[in-house]
Design a protein around this ligand. Structure first.
Ligand code: NDP
Length: 335
């Protein structure tokens, strides 16, 4: 069982040397346990926060332990009621090829149906990122049909699900993403009404002018994934009593935090700005997952994935995610 441990904490930018590949044995199964062979490992921005010892939205991960992370795979051996070899499952198996799971622990392992939803989607559109989009939309932005919603990192795992859900609510969905290829995909494949390439703009003023054209009625709700210049530009376009769901600020994860240039707009435009962490809203997961799975089954939500091959590719793929090298949900394929 090959596994990646967190070997050291980054000083500034994370690097491949912070991780260490080791080979371990999986322990023999005890009563109540299940052995899972991982097919896909999820790489997520929150993992960068866990590599540090400082307060972040995720707890620090101890040194010398297997990197934590979401996984989907197949049960190969079971001593737990309700699980049998061949079952497809989603869990938090971590950066390794196999995991031994205490099946009775709440939320540790969930069986999934792959007849209409591809297994890997349970780490993306029909998993944590999808529910994140769902909660930001329905729990915080609460839009009315016809309103304009903007999302940053629109081509990514969360952003793609957000746009499709927003369109399904009858809203105008406007994305912001890095590069023409990602923007084309956001409009053509995901069905957003417009998408702006922030890399074409040197500052927030210029980006906000482009937003004015894409959002003729202003911005009613903003789903924030990035922070910094992108957030500044959208703030300048917010309507009075607009709402902002602060989901992530990835531009500041891997080094210096990003400043907010126009906090006075919150007062001037009487904005509601609310941060959230999806794992603190478990009550919405069943409903959200059901809606997301329905959209996938109906062919309305088919987002791209970036798939790295083999456990050894995990560190580089993760570092690439923090630099926008992924195009869609970042996964590592193990089987
Ligand atoms: P994505 O699939 O969107 O991948 C990250 C994307 O962020 C990159 O592809 C890149 O897109 C963009 N990005 C990276 N660095 C920068 C930068 N310096 N400036 C601007 N954009 C950058 O990841 P997820 O969908 O998994 O996550 C999106 C956000 O949601 C993250 O901020 C994450 O932390 C947050 N999140 C929060 C949760 C919560 O509970 N609050 C739960 C899950 C996710 P591009 O090329 O377009 O710039």
């Amino acid at each position: 069982n090959r596994q990646f441990l967190l070997d050291s904490r980054p000083q500034g930018e994370a690097s491949a040397s912070n991780f260490k590949l080791v080979t371990g044995e999986t322990p023999p199964l005890q009563d109540g346990q299940v052995l899972v062979r991982h097919h896909y490992l999820s790489l997520d921005p929150y993992m960068r926060g866990r590599m540090d010892d400082a307060k972040s939205y995720a707890k620090p991960q101890p040194l010398g332990q297997v990197m934590q992370g979401g996984t989907v795979g197949e049960v190969v051996e079971s001593r737990a009621a309700g699980f049998k070899p061949g079952d497809k499952v989603v869990g938090m198996g971590g950066w390794q090829e196999y995991s031994v799971v205490d099946a009775a622990q709440p939320g540790a392992l969930r069986k999934v149906d792959t007849s209409q939803v591809p297994l890997s989607y349970y780490l993306g559109a029909v998993g944590m990122p999808g529910v994140t989009a769902w909660y930001g939309l329905n729990g915080i932005l609460k839009p009315k049909a016809g309103q304009t919603l903007v999302v940053s990192a629109a081509a990514g795992a969360v952003g793609s699900a957000f746009g499709v859900l927003a369109r399904a609510r009858g809203c105008r969905a406007v994305g912001i993403a890095g590069g023409a290829e990602k923007c084309d995909y956001v409009v053509r494949d995901l069905g957003f009404d417009a998408c702006i390439d922030y890399k074409q703009h040197a500052d927030a003023g210029s980006l906000s002018k482009a937003l004015r054209e894409a959002c003729p009625d202003g911005v009613h709700g903003y789903f924030e994934n990035v922070g910094g210049m992108v957030m500044d530009a959208v703030m300048l376009r917010m309507n009075d009593f607009g709402r902002i769901a602060v989901c992530g600020m990835i531009a500041g994860y891997n080094g210096k935090p990003v400043p907010m240039t126009y906090p006075q707009i919150i007062l001037r435009s009487r904005l509601t700005v609310e941060g959230f962490i999806v794992s603190e809203h478990m009550e919405v997961w069943p409903q959200a997952l059901q809606e997301l799975a329905g959209l996938v089954a109906a062919g309305k939500l088919r987002p791209r994935e970036s798939v790295a091959q083999g456990i050894e590719s995990a560190p580089e793929a993760f570092l690439g995610l923090l630099k926008g090298r992924n195009f869609g949900k970042q996964l590592v394929k193990l089987v």
